[in-house]
Design a protein around this ligand. Structure first.
Ligand code: URA
Length: 233
């Protein structure tokens, strides 16, 4: 790879900005100052800018604890939104490459997975993969224990032809439950409880597949997935 391309791929600089940077003599390759943009770089080359190492941006796998009043969109700055995007909470370069693997509503909080690896993201979002999502749900009215059986059988959502896939319901209290679903229809959890005549007052995603929201992350905080978490998908 050419040195100017390497600089563009590892920073936010454009090709012409990279060339200007090279002219200043602040870039070294394997210990020698290099000013030529066409210099070839190998995988083992050590490239430093003012003594700081540069490395290519590979695929990134991120978990974020989504706060309320943020939206799951990657269309930054294309239209005036009332709420900031969760992508704006990440201080990473090349954030325009990132995609959200499974959106949450503006008022829903909790686990959001973000990546620039399209195939990995597909394994989470593709309906055929039936990736599980676990939500903590607070309800306006007490829920009867018999609801667990209804969720296991499938719920008829308004406007849908088929029943929802079997879902698992665990009671925390009469008005707080943990629900695991294996699909991701629009507003699915809220619509499932609406179909039973109830109303969701708070919704928080705790888990996607085997990946659990890190309890150390405050609302709005994020971290990279561990190798084990990434490979579990
Ligand atoms: N189901 C919903 O109704 N809303 C969400 O944000 C996620 C699942």
């Amino acid at each position: 790879m050419r040195l100017d391309k390497f600089i563009c791929e590892s920073t936010e600089l454009t090709r012409s900005e990279a060339k200007r940077l090279l002219k200043t003599g602040s870039v070294s390759v394997d210990g020698s100052i290099v000013k030529s943009p066409a210099q070839k770089i190998s995988v083992d080359s050590e490239v430093l800018v003012d003594g700081e190492p540069l490395s290519l941006v590979g695929f990134r796998y991120i978990m974020l604890n989504k706060p309320a009043d943020t939206i799951c969109t990657t269309l930054l700055g294309t239209r005036a939104e009332m709420y900031p995007s969760v992508i704006e909470l990440l201080d990473v370069i090349k954030s325009d490459r990132l995609r959200i693997a499974g959106r949450l509503d503006v008022d829903t909080t909790g686990l959001v997975l973000i990546t620039d690896d399209g195939q990995w993201s597909h394994r989470i979002t593709s309906p055929g993969k039936e990736c599980s999502k676990r939500y903590r749900v607070e309800l306006a009215s007490p829920l009867d224990q018999s609801a667990a059986e209804q969720f296991a059988q499938g719920i008829q959502l308004q406007g849908e032809k088929k029943l929802t896939r079997p879902a698992q319901l665990e009671f925390v209290s009469e008005q707080e439950v943990l629900l695991t679903i294996h699909e991701g229809k629009y507003h699915q959890v809220k619509r499932m409880f609406a179909a039973l005549g109830n109303h969701v007052t708070a919704l928080h995603r705790e888990q996607i597949g085997d990946i659990k929201l890190d309890p150390e992350l405050e609302a709005g905080e994020w971290r990279y997935l561990t190798d084990e978490e990434m490979k579990s998908v």
